[in-house]
Design a protein around this ligand. Structure first.
Ligand code: F6R
Ligand code: ZN
Length: 189
């Protein structure tokens, strides 16, 4: 395993600031083509204003088993035709790798699914520490109207990403705004 020196990051649980970040990614509506369920609504929303949906700020460590990748994700509040702002979601390319998500702030859903079709979700709020078992696809969803959803992730260095399966098939559970309850789940046919 590649030798590096110990280090630390300072995370602010309310603002989600993560210092120093080595790399930051910002995903706008236009980056989420093929991921939101209501594609016509997405086109319209992009024309109105190509809003920022989520940000990932990370430390870089070697992409190797033995090292631990880690980052913070901030998902802004909003929806596309009722479907909440969310991450793209992915499987790990190396399917034997698990992941931990600790929610720092906000209200959300961790949506998970297996290639066999089994699906489940965990309600994220401050302090909820979720274990994403090996082989499960994962996507996070901000169900608040006005607050950011902020969480930190830790996963094996060699996990990699498979976004393509999600872009092609989507998740079978689609989380949408509902009256008088936090959300409803639409089943993708
Ligand atoms: C890493 C992981 C998270 C996500 C991040 C953004 O394995 O699961 O750090 O990468 O929350 O989501 P995606 O990668 O789906 O755009
Ligand atoms: Zn992951």
């Amino acid at each position: 395993v590649e030798a590096i020196k110990p280090f630390f990051t300072v995370v602010d649980f309310e603002s989600g600031s993560f210092e120093p970040a080595d790399r930051s990614e910002r995903r706008y509506l236009s980056d989420l083509k093929g991921f939101f369920y209501f594609s016509e609504e997405l086109e319209k929303a992009m024309e109105r204003d190509n809003s920022l949906v989520y940000e990932v700020h990370r430390r870089e460590v070697p992409l190797q088993a033995g090292h631990l990748q880690h980052c913070v994700t901030l998902i802004h509040p909003g929806d596309v035709g009722g479907e909440f702002y969310m991450t793209k979601g992915h499987y790990h390319r190396v399917t034997r790798t698990a992941e931990l998500y600790l929610c720092l702030c906000g209200e959300g859903i961790l949506n998970m699914e297996e290639p066999g079709g089994a699906a489940t979700h965990i309600r994220m709020r401050r302090g909820v520490w979720s274990y994403i078992a090996p082989g499960w696809a994962h996507r996070t969803i901000n169900i608040s109207r006005d607050e950011k959803l902020i969480f930190i992730s830790v996963w094996p260095g060699d996990s990699g990403y498979d976004y393509r399966t999600i872009a092609q098939k989507g998740f079978s559970n689609v989380f949408v705004r509902a009256e008088n309850k936090e959300f409803s789940i639409l089943r993708r046919s």
